[in-house]
Design a protein. Structure first.
Length: 431
């Protein structure tokens, strides 16, 4: 940790943070935002008059990884033998021996609407949160209320930029900035800094080039993740694909060696259709290259859907895959978790057929994360689509942004086929 280098902008932000109540580091990925907050939080903890403190992420795992570990720069590394992971009233916690006595840091996830219930019952002195924009509004309000009795109230937030009208801005950041500007509060109340990836001196030029190469400069992902800009999503979602879809198409005979196949299933609802998408996974230097092998579209919404037809079609779909790609196992069938009765029926039917593929709930990861992953696959040329999969091709070519960073779902594009495709691959998003 002694070799870590802070740029002038980071040092200035951290210097102000020692005396500010609310500290917010916003900007690009890999800009060093979380490290700044962790270091100041740890320093202030040494003499904090409050016993209990709070550390949160969108999930508990995210909080422990990015604040507790932080790539070897987190709290457990700063305090070393002076800290231990423990439990406090059912919550994950870290106990730290400091100059002012033992201090307890409660770790929690804040993305779910009822997550706030986990942090009730305590008063907290300091609160450090990573990806605060992914916390639910109810959790943020509860955590702020839990600090009202603090003897030394401090807040440390970091976030990657999102849409300018997002709640984190309108309810908090913009309001705090206006309060300082109008003189309602002193400048030391709110410490804000904006960082880009270029403000992190620990990233080599070579590594910086590799990171930037994963992005299409015409997308919001480049503007947000690299330039650290707040911007609203608009227009085509997969512009690089839509500009030249033929570059990503292939023949079934040219698929090459596959390690395994997964199938994603989206069940129909209202005017939408039930869709299956089979994706082949092949090991490559960057993790996996993906090939969309086949698709199936079945008429019928949730109200009038025919479970027997869905089960029969899946049996035939699997049989066709085995004929086309002999010797390649179908590992998982990840289905829309909102229709358990259909999943259970599908599981029983395939068991009767002697199929070995595991039928499981989809992970249902945030749509923005799924879209970002697919865009990275496209930019890095790690996605191919067999030419007969025209529904997925058209879905990627026509998908549009709606309001609040949502995918437009007004039947102008085939959202169902995109959901099924993402369900098949979303558990491999880090690969």
């Amino acid at each position: 940790m002694g070799d870590y280098v802070f740029s002038k902008k980071h040092r200035e932000y951290m210097s102000r943070a020692y005396s500010s109540v609310i500290n917010v580091a916003e900007g690009a990925v890999r800009a060093g935002k979380t490290v700044d907050n962790v270091f100041v939080f740890a320093a202030l903890l040494e003499n904090s008059p409050d016993k209990f403190h709070l550390a949160t992420g969108s999930t508990l795992g995210n909080a422990k990884l990015n604040i507790g570990d932080c790539n070897g720069l987190g709290l457990e590394h700063i305090f070393g033998k002076r800290c231990r992971w423990t439990k406090y009233r059912g919550n994950e916690a870290m106990a730290v021996r400091t100059k002012s006595g033992e201090r307890i840091i409660i770790f929690a996830g804040g993305k779910n609407s009822d997550s706030y219930k986990r942090i009730r019952g305590n008063s907290y002195g300091m609160w450090i949160a990573t990806e605060i924009n992914l916390h639910s509004p109810a959790f943020i309000e509860e955590a702020l209320n839990r600090q009202l009795a603090a003897r030394d109230r401090r807040i440390f937030w970091d976030l990657n930029p999102c849409a300018p009208k997002s709640a984190i801005y309108t309810a908090h950041l913009d309001r705090y900035a206006e309060a300082v500007k109008s003189g309602e509060v002193s400048e030391s109340f709110y410490n804000y800094a904006h960082f880009t990836i270029f403000d992190n001196p620990t990233i080599s030029e070579k590594r910086l080039g590799e990171i930037i190469a994963q992005y299409d400069k015409s997308t919001i992902w480049y503007r947000r993740d690299i330039l650290g800009e707040r911007c609203a999503a608009e227009g085509l979602i997969y512009r690089s694909f839509a500009d030249s879809p033929d570059e990503y198409m292939t023949d079934a005979d040219n698929v090459g060696c596959l390690d395994f196949i997964n199938i994603g299933v989206d069940f129909g609802g209202n005017r939408s259709k039930t869709t299956y998408v089979a994706v082949g996974f092949s090991r490559c230097s960057e993790g996996y290259s993906l090939t969309v092998l086949d698709e199936c579209v079945i008429d019928g919404g949730k109200g009038d859907i025919d479970p027997t037809k869905i089960e029969r079609e899946m049996g035939e779909f699997l049989m066709k895959l085995r004929e086309k790609y002999p010797g390649v196992s179908v590992r998982y069938i990840f289905a829309d978790c909102e229709a358990q009765y259909l999943i259970n029926g599908l599981r029983k039917h395939l068991k009767r057929l002697g199929e070995t593929a595991v039928v499981s709930d989809c992970a249902k990861k945030p749509i923005l994360d799924r879209i970002s992953f697919v865009n990275r696959l496209i930019i890095r040329k790690r996605l191919k689509i067999v030419k007969t999969c025209t529904h997925l091709r058209d879905g990627l070519c026509t998908a549009l942004w709606g309001e609040n960073d949502r995918r437009l779902d007004n039947f102008t594009s085939d959202i169902d086929i995109l959901d099924a495709f993402e369900y098949a691959i979303e558990r491999y998003m880090q690969a």
